[in-house]
Design a protein. Structure first.
Length: 95
Protein backbone atom coordinates (compact mmCIF):
# COMPACT_ATOMS: atom_id res chain seq x y z
CA UNK A 1 0.00 0.00 0.00
CA UNK A 2 1.38 3.41 -0.89
CA UNK A 3 1.65 6.20 1.67
CA UNK A 4 1.67 9.94 1.74
CA UNK A 5 3.19 12.27 4.24
CA UNK A 6 1.94 15.79 4.91
CA UNK A 7 4.50 18.13 6.45
CA UNK A 8 3.35 21.56 7.59
CA UNK A 9 5.93 24.02 8.89
CA UNK A 10 6.99 27.64 9.36
CA UNK A 11 10.45 28.92 8.51
CA UNK A 12 12.26 32.22 8.56
CA UNK A 13 13.83 32.81 6.07
CA UNK A 14 11.63 30.91 3.63
CA UNK A 15 14.46 30.39 1.13
CA UNK A 16 16.31 28.05 3.50
CA UNK A 17 13.66 25.33 3.12
CA UNK A 18 13.86 25.48 -0.68
CA UNK A 19 17.66 25.16 -0.58
CA UNK A 20 17.43 22.13 1.71
CA UNK A 21 14.82 20.49 -0.55
CA UNK A 22 17.16 20.92 -3.54
CA UNK A 23 20.02 19.35 -1.53
CA UNK A 24 17.80 16.40 -0.52
CA UNK A 25 16.73 15.76 -4.10
CA UNK A 26 20.37 15.72 -5.20
CA UNK A 27 21.50 13.42 -2.38
CA UNK A 28 18.94 10.70 -3.19
CA UNK A 29 19.30 10.91 -6.98
CA UNK A 30 18.96 7.43 -8.43
CA UNK A 31 17.63 6.10 -5.10
CA UNK A 32 14.58 8.33 -4.84
CA UNK A 33 11.33 6.48 -4.29
CA UNK A 34 9.01 9.50 -4.24
CA UNK A 35 6.03 9.05 -6.56
CA UNK A 36 4.96 12.68 -6.38
CA UNK A 37 5.55 15.78 -4.31
CA UNK A 38 3.58 18.98 -3.94
CA UNK A 39 5.30 21.90 -2.24
CA UNK A 40 3.29 24.99 -1.39
CA UNK A 41 3.43 28.30 0.46
CA UNK A 42 0.49 29.96 2.21
CA UNK A 43 -0.77 32.82 0.06
CA UNK A 44 -1.39 35.00 3.13
CA UNK A 45 1.61 33.96 5.26
CA UNK A 46 4.92 33.81 3.36
CA UNK A 47 6.66 31.79 6.10
CA UNK A 48 4.02 29.00 6.24
CA UNK A 49 4.65 25.94 4.02
CA UNK A 50 3.22 22.53 3.25
CA UNK A 51 4.88 19.57 1.57
CA UNK A 52 2.79 16.56 0.45
CA UNK A 53 4.89 13.55 -0.52
CA UNK A 54 3.59 10.26 -1.99
CA UNK A 55 5.80 7.17 -1.73
CA UNK A 56 5.30 3.49 -2.65
CA UNK A 57 5.87 2.46 0.98
CA UNK A 58 7.06 4.01 4.22
CA UNK A 59 10.88 4.08 4.22
CA UNK A 60 13.26 6.25 6.12
CA UNK A 61 16.24 6.98 3.89
CA UNK A 62 19.25 8.31 5.86
CA UNK A 63 19.29 11.42 3.66
CA UNK A 64 15.65 12.06 4.61
CA UNK A 65 16.44 11.87 8.33
CA UNK A 66 19.36 14.32 7.91
CA UNK A 67 17.07 16.62 5.91
CA UNK A 68 14.43 16.53 8.67
CA UNK A 69 17.01 17.47 11.32
CA UNK A 70 18.30 20.40 9.28
CA UNK A 71 14.76 21.55 8.42
CA UNK A 72 13.77 21.52 12.11
CA UNK A 73 16.68 23.87 12.80
CA UNK A 74 15.23 26.37 10.28
CA UNK A 75 11.67 26.13 11.63
CA UNK A 76 10.31 28.71 14.05
CA UNK A 77 8.12 25.99 15.63
CA UNK A 78 8.01 22.18 15.53
CA UNK A 79 6.79 20.94 12.10
CA UNK A 80 3.55 18.99 12.01
CA UNK A 81 4.09 15.65 10.22
CA UNK A 82 1.20 13.30 9.46
CA UNK A 83 1.48 9.89 7.77
CA UNK A 84 -1.45 8.59 5.68
CA UNK A 85 -2.22 5.33 3.86
CA UNK A 86 -3.40 6.07 0.32
CA UNK A 87 -6.92 4.66 -0.12
CA UNK A 88 -7.62 5.99 -3.61
CA UNK A 89 -5.96 8.23 -6.19
CA UNK A 90 -7.82 10.26 -8.78
CA UNK A 91 -5.67 11.58 -11.63
CA UNK A 92 -7.98 14.42 -12.63
CA UNK A 93 -11.52 15.69 -12.62
CA UNK A 94 -13.42 16.29 -15.84
CA UNK A 95 -16.30 18.72 -16.12
Amino acid sequence: MSSMQVIEYRTNPAEGGVTLLDELRGSVKGKRTVLSETYGRDHNDQGHFIDIVSVPSVRDLPATARYAERMRALCVEEPRITQFDVLDKIAGWVR
